[in-house]
Design a protein around this ligand. Sequence first.
Ligand code: SF4
Ligand code: SF4
Length: 448
Amino acid sequence: MTVEVRPLGVSCNLQCLYCYQHPQRDAGNIRRGYDIEKMKAGIEKEGGAFSLFGGEALLIPEDDLEELWSWGYEKFKSNGIQTNGTLINNNHMRMFKQYNVHVGVSVDGPGELNDARWAGSLERTREMTDRTHAAIERLAGGNIRWSLIVTLHRNNATPDKLPLMHDWFRYMDGLGACGARLHIMEVENDAIYRKYGLSPEENIAALLSFAGLEEKLVNFKFDIFKDMRHMLLGQDNAATCIWNACDPHTTRAVRGVEGGGQRSNCGRTNKDGIDFIKADVEGFERYLALYHTPQEYGGCRDCRFFLMCKGSCPGSALDYDWRNRSAYCRVWFELYRYFEDRLVEQGLQPLSLRPERRQAEHLILEAWAANCYMSVKAALTRIEQGRAAGGPTAHGNGHGDAPHGDHTDGRGPGHRDSHGDAPHGDAPHGDAPYGDHTDGRAGGGREM
Ligand code: SF4
Ligand code: SF4
């Protein structure tokens, strides 16, 4: 897990029309200064390699970047940055190489496909898109680790745009990108959803088309698909945060350090523009509630993919209310069902179809009720051990043994998605009862 450092908070040189950070900007919560020593102290307290984040992290003066990255290299041997790529110059390129900086580039495709990443006018926007692509070419030729973050919306993922996106991903594969994180657009208000949001069917079709494309690419991977396969196999140790019961008040996967050195959370749940202080104790109330709440009331009850999906990111919840399940429930359900079928074809048995699923659910719910995190893998191991011993965990009861301390439905947020209504073709998800940051497990939570 990486520490996200945000010296300038949400300050940015672009005005991407769908940006989830707009509520903070609209509320005037834009920082203009930072203190490097306090940020270093904050990073040390979090205790791991860090990645610079924004807004746009390259708005930071180059001397300050060098100070942070040289320090980060000395301490952790690697650095990271998430950038829109428009500001990358020769000196940045030198520093990327010298200080082993992994560069994540946020871009939604070539030319007009990237127009939602708005720069004030169409001409300026296209110019910025060209700059981002020129930077990508340079990264590719520069022996620098780089990858992409791509958000799907009406500008780049409707059926007419998909062939262009496929060509572009093939090109990126040829350039040597490690891969891309695909994001379904996280919506902050209904007007943006009406303009840029894809219907559930369009999101599903786009994602499935990319899953098919991936099989023909050489090195390029879409990490969301890898996550979903792993989750179905109960291998959740390296899965990204959206599948791992993220508490919006502690965001385990995002340990943020702000310009003044203070701790912060992932900003995706900041729907009211306030960057709340990180809570000391992780809670799992959302997940306990989702498990028990019927789907027509915004919960996940009876979904066979609950352990894999867990209602997804609280930042993408229905009605902009983190207590609800994902507004993209239908998309996730169909994707999980797709990968479930693929695994079965390979002779593997996904957790969604295994008899142990109920036991694993019970163990994990017990852990949550005790304010502890338990991975699916740990729960399956415990069940296995209990079975081998002929012991009590075989019945799925964790016995409260002490904890080990340690984002018409699919329609987008704001829409009431019961998706229990004619749900995905099989009521409720076809089985009787109980049926988007790499997640590290720190963040104040205990782990079982
Ligand atoms: S993207 Fe969502 S799941 Fe991940 S840390 Fe942020 S709020 Fe949590
Ligand atoms: S697919 Fe839908 S109902 Fe199932 S866990 Fe995910 S959000 Fe909940």
